[in-house]
Design a protein around this ligand. Structure first.
Ligand SMILES: Nc1ccn([C@@H]2O[C@H](COP(=O)(O)OP(=O)(O)OP(=O)(O)O)[C@@H](O)[C@H]2O)c(=O)n1
Ligand SMILES: C[C@](O)(CO)[C@H](O)COP(=O)(O)O
Length: 374
């Protein structure tokens, strides 16, 4: 073993990226970028361990993709994320990389490892050939270094250096401020960081997503109660009953949420909004759907269509179908033509037929966000 742990930082919010999908979740065929980076870098060297630092909302979902890595929660900042990972590192050295640097070549990894005893922190850099102006002054460009990742640090020195309230933008700045030594090696233009949306055009080393479609089903059932208003698909339906539930009881939205989660392999509504959590008591299901959609878009999907069937003896659904479709279209952000609503009674049989409650079955189809054609 190398006595080096690889840490892949994937806990950022991709705020400056400004795409619906976060950088770390762009698909390369069927592989999210974070997994592509982790697999590729770990194939270049025999790391003791590979740690993936994940956004707290995405950690459980990430675990579905690989058993080969250890997953830890990220923090509010890049530095906090590294500190969380450091708690799990026992090797003498640590290599920290940004998932946003998706095309780091093998020779950079090999050179970092070969230099590991030379200083507290080994840093790949690019020199600058353009004229550089700082404020009003043209400065000596030979003195300018563009600092890249991955950086390889002595683990204990990095721990000590980050034991501070000062926020550093990279590991080497913290180690330098702590008094550690730095060794610069040649970086690579291929290690360019993906920060802004338009920089996607510069990523040549990666294929786009596969054209696969993903289908999920959802079923929800709620019993009538006469002390609540009835909501179906975010629309208030005039009826003597509402639905007994921890939330507002919008059985249609709950069923659609489960279908969407099913299509992207993300479990079910209860895993996101436990009915034991007081936070969701009386919750507006439109907001729950909004939260699920943010998650689903963040992790790389788009919604193609939704088809659903409402099983209800009462109320009559037909007069409300169009309004429900319009509301769903507005909430989900797909055209009305991609939403279909069917309704059926229970023919007076069973709990539907006896007008004890309503069930909704939904099917959702999803595809990957195609970042290559934007
Ligand atoms: N709290 C954070 C913030 C950032 N990162 C990671 O640090 C790297 C560099 O950050 P950046 O490229 O700025 O990514 P984001 O923080 O996602 O971008 P933005 O600042 O635009 O939100 C990325 O791999 C990012 O996932 C992290 O693990 N934890
Ligand atoms: C660590 C880094 O990639 C070195 O250039 C850079 O400082 C990260 O900055 P960000 O604002 O967190 O993207």
């Amino acid at each position: 073993m190398l006595n080096v742990t690889l840490v892949v930082l994937c806990a950022g919010n991709s705020t400056r990226f400004e795409h619906k999908t976060k950088k770390q979740w762009l698909r390369i065929k069927d592989e999210p970028l974070w997994l592509n980076v982790a697999n590729r870098l770990s194939s270049y060297a025999n790391f003791d361990k590979v740690i993936i630092v994940s956004h707290k909302n995405e950690l459980n979902y990430m675990k579905n993709f690989s058993d080969d890595f250890q997953f830890v929660h990220g923090g509010q900042t890049r530095q906090e994320s590294i500190k969380n990972a450091l708690q799990k590192v026992s090797s003498e050295h640590i290599m920290v990389t940004d998932v946003a640097r998706s095309c780091v070549p093998k020779d950079v990894i090999i050179n970092l490892i070969a230099s590991k005893e030379k200083a507290s922190c080994i840093v790949p850099i690019l020199k600058v050939s353009d004229t550089v102006v700082y404020g009003e002054d043209t400065i000596n460009r030979d003195e300018v270094k563009l600092i890249q990742t991955p950086q390889l640090s002595h683990t204990q020195t990095l721990k000590n250096a980050l034991n501070t309230d000062i926020e550093y933008t990279d590991d080497s700045s913290a180690i330098k401020a702590y008094g550690g030594t730095i060794e610069y090696i040649k970086g690579s233009i291929e290690s360019k960081k993906l920060t802004f949306g338009e920089e996607l055009n510069d990523i040549f080393c990666l294929n786009g997503p596969s054209n696969n479609f993903f289908t999920g089903t959802g079923i929800d059932i709620h019993q009538f109660t006469n002390d609540k208003k009835m909501y179906l698909g975010g629309v208030e339906i005039p009826c003597e009953y509402g639905f007994k539930a921890h939330s507002d009881g919008d059985v249609l939205i709950h069923s659609v949420i489960d279908a969407i989660l099913g299509a992207c392999g993300a479990g079910d509504i209860g895993e996101f909004f436990p009915d034991t959590d007081d936070k969701y008591k009386g919750a507006d299901s439109k907001l729950l759907l909004k939260e699920i959609l943010t998650f689903v878009y963040n992790v790389g999907y788009e919604i193609v269509n939704i088809d659903l069937t409402i099983l209800a003896q009462k109320p009559k659904i037909n007069p409300h179908k169009d309004e429900i479709k319009s509301k769903l279209s507005e909430l989900i952000g797909i055209k009305k033509q991609f939403i279909n609503i069917k309704a059926t009674t229970g023919e007076k049989m069973g709990f539907i037929g006896r007008s004890e409650g309503v069930a909704v079955q939904s099917i959702a189809t999803l595809k990957y966000y195609n970042w290559k054609i934007r």
